[in-house]
Design a protein around this ligand. Structure first.
Ligand SMILES: C[S@@+](CC[C@H](N)C(=O)[O-])C[C@H]1O[C@@H](n2cnc3c(N)ncnc32)[C@H](O)[C@@H]1O
Length: 345
């Protein structure tokens, strides 16, 4: 009888070997007597993650490597003992990559798109991995302090600020003390990518809707860099098709300073790295402190109030004379940094 993909079924494998097996599973559900999840068609794969097949899988395995290294560097539990949430699981790309190291019965993929959750249940039929629909806004179905690891690849790269903050607060509720989040946002160089798509015909694909949207995003690149470097959350409300309307989805980027300043009170920032391990996005790692009281369900709503207050503070500061003088004084420093960054690229 064929066994479904799980760590004890595939045994220890290098990342290269693992990638090769996943690539074989693109065309063959049964690989060496082990059953792998099926894939959606190439167009669906690309609509969700920008590319399909081998390229999509390579990114997933690189993210898995980053996650495993972060987990062991931070002293988290062994992967086989982790309760894992794949947040924004889409077509289950990251979910399947996890199954070399994480036990399928301890892995749950969650996504607000009913159609994807239903499809994933079909594609993973026979596996104890589970998939659940969540609302666009918290909560998660998990109990307080019940999860060791939350992975969110290319999800915070798309959420608007309030929604992103609400989810980070919700993660703080469901994580066990010491539990971690490994998530991504768009790289700082995403601003440049949008500019290149706009100005250079050889960059991007004009038939790909996402690239058409990016050509219209962050059009004042200098201002976007200035705001990013000043610690702002940048978001273009592009929408994501289906039920992901423009108020809920688009393209987002923010810095490590932003993470520390705005979310540091919820979870401890452990890492922020722009494009590590040849990934195209920035990765950040947050850890729930081991001391501290339980966070109540619905606590993320209180954070909305805090975001309101911080935004109000920022608006007042921006209109002040001190701010104007500070900006004028910083302008040459920023220009020098931009020139240096451009020369370095
Ligand atoms: C770019 S795709 C990435 C999918 C998957 N993580 C991967 O890398 O293959 C973004 C995913 O986030 C999901 N998503 C969108 N809004 C969300 C929200 N408010 N909460 C949770 N997930 C969301 C989308 O439905 C989609 O599946």
């Amino acid at each position: 009888m064929t066994r479904f993909l799980a760590p004890d079924a595939v045994g220890p494998l290098s990342d290269e070997e693992w990638l090769k097996l996943l690539e074989r599973s693109l065309t063959d559900r049964d690989v060496d007597g082990i059953e792998y999840p099926t894939f959606p068609d190439d167009q669906t794969q690309a609509n969700f993650v920008g590319h399909a097949r081998e390229a999509a899988l390579l990114e997933a395995v690189r993210f898995l490597r980053y996650t495993l290294d972060a987990l062991s560097a931070i002293g988290g539990p062994a992967p086989a003992e982790c309760e894992v949430v794949d947040f924004g699981s889409g077509w289950g790309r990251i979910t399947r990559a996890l199954l070399r190291d994480f036990r399928p019965e301890h892995v749950i993929g969650v996504d607000p798109l009913d159609s994807m959750v239903a499809a994933c249940r079909d594609w993973f039929a026979g596996s104890p991995v589970s998939f659940e629909t969540v609302d666009n806004w918290p909560p998660l179905p998990q109990a307080n302090a019940s999860v060791d690891l939350i992975v969110a690849y290319s999800v915070f790269s798309h959420l608007p600020e309030r929604l992103a903050t609400a989810w980070i607060a919700e993660f703080a509720r469901v994580l066990k003390p010491g539990g971690i989040v490994v998530a991504t946002t768009q790289s700082r160089s995403f601003i440049d990518l949008c500019e290149q798509i706009r100005t250079d015909d050889s960059v991007g694909n004009p038939d790909f809707l996402w690239h058409q949207l990016l050509a219209r995003s962050f059009v004042d690149a200098a201002d976007a860099y200035r705001r990013f470097d000043a610690g702002e959350f940048l978001h273009e409300a592009n929408g994501g098709g289906d039920s992901l309307e423009e108020s809920l989805y688009g393209d987002s980027l923010f810095s490590g300073e932003y993470v520390t300043e705005r979310w540091g009170h919820l979870l401890a920032p452990a890492r922020f790295e722009d494009k590590p391990y040849d990934l195209p996005q920035a990765v950040f790692v947050l850890q729930k402190p081991t001391a501290g009281g339980a966070i109540a369900a619905g606590a993320w709503r209180a954070d909305e109030v805090r975001v309101d207050a911080l935004e109000q503070e920022l608006r007042e500061l921006r209109s002040s004379e001190t701010w104007r003088i500070g900006q004028a004084a910083l302008a040459p420093v920023r220009l020098a940094r931009r020139v240096k960054d451009r020369l370095a690229r």
